[in-house]
Structures are given as structure tokens and as C-alpha cells.
Design a protein around this ligand. Structure first.
Ligand SMILES: [Fe+2]
Length: 127
């Protein structure tokens, strides 16, 4: 178990799918708190996607490029299920690192993102 371009690419492709689904929810909801929250989550997803891609490229010394990102849509359709699935995908990526040392920067960006997911799960209960 180690960091590979493939493992990171799988999460990046899923993040593209969350971005698309969150935008669709943002536009289709008739609930104003949910309209705002879906946009906040979408911004967080895109920031995390960029941060993750760049720390992984720096760590591996390999670049992502044209044709690497293929949108993978989540199965869940409502916000609570989407956040559960996102949490699961991030934890799956962390597990793929196998608890090895030397991934300090990778763990910190993913861990910061997980804490945001937990905050959004709480905020979702208010929307
Ligand atoms: Fe908007």
C-alpha cells in the first residue's frame, strides 16, 4: 500500500463528480439554506481537488494532465447521502496509503478536508 498516481486519480475523478452533482443540487433546491450550503461544499471540493492534485504531483514527481480526469458521479442523489459517500471516498484514499510514514503533506490536506466534511454534515442537519 502506497501513494500511486492511480489511487489519487480515482479520488480526483470522484471529486469532479461531486462538483457536478453539487451544482445540480445548488440549482434545483427550493430551500435557501441548502442552496447556500451546496455552494459552500462545492467550493471546498474544488479547493481540495486542486490541493490534493498538486501535493500528489510534487510528492510523486509525476504530473496529471490531459485525459486524466474522468467525471465519476456519486451514487447518492441527496445531500446527506452525498456527504456520507464523500467521507467514505476520502477515507478509502487515506486507507490506500497504508498508514505509511512520509506522506505528511498528503495526510494533512486530506485530514483538513475530512474535518470540513464533518462540519458540512452538521450544517446539513440545519438546512
Ligand atoms: Fe450560485
Amino acid at each position: 500500500m502506497a501513494l500511486t498516481k492511480e489511487n489519487a486519480k480515482e479520488l480526483l475523478c470522484s471529486l469532479e463528480g461531486y462538483h457536478q452533482t453539487l451544482k445540480e443540487l445548488h440549482w434545483s433546491t427550493d430551500n435557501h439554506p441548502k442552496h447556500l450550503l451546496t455552494d459552500e461544499i462545492d467550493h471546498g471540493v474544488l479547493e481540495f481537488e486542486d490541493a490534493l492534485a498538486e501535493v500528489v504531483m510534487g510528492k510523486l514527481g509525476e504530473k496529471f494532465g490531459k485525459g486524466d480526469l474522468k467525471t465519476m458521479l456519486p451514487e447518492a442523489e441527496e445531500l446527506k447521502g452525498i456527504l456520507d459517500e464523500l467521507e467514505n471516498d476520502v477515507n478509502k484514499f487515506i486507507d490506500s496509503l497504508g498508514g505509511e510514514h512520509g506522506y505528511g503533506g498528503i495526510y494533512s490536506v486530506t485530514d483538513d478536508f475530512l474535518s470540513q466534511i464533518y462540519k458540512w454534515k452538521y450544517l446539513e442537519t440545519l438546512s
